[in-house]
Design a protein. Structure first.
Length: 134
């Protein structure tokens, strides 16, 4: 969908920004491996429900994992307020997207939408706030 494509482009921009801000390290790789395992399990558990859209979800998940690994691994290894904001924002973004993906196939109840949106906007606030320290 166009929405997924727009977010995909945004993630690619964030990857470029965070790699420039936080040079690649072993922390990036460790985060990437953990995130890819998490994404693979989530995709596998929902493969039948995702159906023909599974490849699109997989590509988006791959780019999301790389983006989050850059934020978590880079930001978390700097021990600065900017790094903490970046890492927490990246982590919350993954949490929000994982909930959103799960909600496509399963009912999260009346508070599910709230939890998705609060975690999403909080992630954006933290990521945007991290730019104040650049």
């Amino acid at each position: 969908s166009w929405g997924m494509g727009a977010f995909l482009l945004g993630h690619i921009v964030m990857i470029a920004f965070w790699i420039n801000l936080f040079p690649l390290s072993a922390a990036h790789l460790a985060c990437l491996v953990l995130l890819l395992v998490f994404a693979a399990v989530l995709l596998w558990k929902n493969r039948e429900d995702a159906g023909k859209n599974l490849p699109s979800f997989a590509v988006y998940s791959l780019v999301l994992c790389v983006m989050a690994a850059c934020g978590l691994g880079g930001g978390g290894s700097t021990y600065t307020l900017q790094g903490v904001f970046t890492a927490c924002g990246a982590g919350l973004f993954v949490f929000s997207d994982a909930l959103l993906f799960h909600s496509l196939f399963h009912d999260l109840g009346p508070s599910g939408s709230w939890l998705i949106m609060i975690s999403y906007y909080l992630s954006l606030l933290l990521i945007g706030g991290s730019c104040l320290f650049a």
